[in-house]
Design a protein around this ligand. Structure first.
Ligand code: NAG
Ligand code: CU
Length: 246
């Protein structure tokens, strides 16, 4: 009976939260400089999650969340080693301080992660087969039971990290992601929100990070993907590979 009660509570969270609680990464800042709303980011019109870790829609969204048209053909220049800020909001309309689910509903707790993949052409349509490396992650802090998403909300949707200083110059996709775990007790249930930004990395070095594939990097049985977060956790295992550092 206990698990039935937990499931009912979870169902209430899903029903109460899902229609009004999603989010889109829609603006970027390079060393603090705003690059403009939706410029250089493959944003969808609909803000819903991907839940199938085997889907190609896990790479750069799309599919059930149709891309906003026209897709940006901008490629944003970013010096290797730069400070990079990604900004999320509930809908593609941007910040809405009167919306309690902006930038994302507080129920949507989970980690925030960033990957990069080198590409021939950052505006190329096909994103399958790319080799991704993780450059940053913010998971769970056991001492106060807070999540990357809690910090994202406290920063009004902004997440700041550093682009590795040693990667090769050239064109990249930057895949920035939230994994919301409010309904993750069974798989499918975790909600994956991600968009890809189109970057030209300048400067840098000659590092060749170890890489993973999407889909492939995540499994429905990963302890960070199928998990009951409605309990006191002593730790949390962020999905995917270790973070690359120079
Ligand atoms: C890059 O890809 C875009 C979209 O497919 C295409 O329009 C453009 O011509 C390509 N650029 C180069 C240099 O190949
Ligand atoms: Cu949602």
């Amino acid at each position: 009976m206990k698990s039935a009660l937990v499931s009912a509570a979870t169902a209430a969270v899903i029903l109460g939260g899902s229609a009004s609680a999603h989010t889109i990464f829609q603006e970027m800042y390079v060393n603090g400089a705003d690059q403009g709303h939706i410029n250089g980011i493959r944003v969808p019109d609909y803000d819903g999650p991907i839940t199938d870790v085997t889907s190609n829609d896990l790479i750069c969204n799309g599919g059930i969340n149709p891309y906003h048209q026209p897709i940006s053909m901008d490629i944003i220049s970013v010096p290797a080693g730069a400070s990079y800020t990604a900004e999320w909001h509930h809908t593609l309309d941007g910040a809405n301080p009167s919306d309690p689910a902006d930038p994302i509903d507080p129920s949507h707790k989970g980690p925030v992660l960033t990957y990069m993949a080198k590409v021939d052409n950052a505006t190329q349509t096909d994103v399958t087969g790319l080799q991704w490396f993780k450059i940053w992650e913010d998971g769970f802090t056991a001492s106060d039971q807070t999540w990357g998403v809690d910090r994202l909300i406290a920063n009004k949707g902004k997440v700041t990290f550093t682009i590795p200083s040693c990667i090769e110059p050239g064109q990249y996709l930057l895949r920035h992601e939230i994994i919301a775990l409010h309904a993750a007790e069974s798989y499918p249930g975790a909600q994956f929100y991600m968009e890809c930004a189109q970057l030209q990395i300048t400067g840098g070095g000659s590092a060749s990070p170890a890489t993973v594939s999407f889909p492939g990097a995540y499994s429905g049985s990963d302890p960070g993907i199928t998990i009951n977060i409605y309990q006191t956790l002593s730790s949390y295992t962020i999905p995917g590979p270790a973070v690359f550092s120079c």
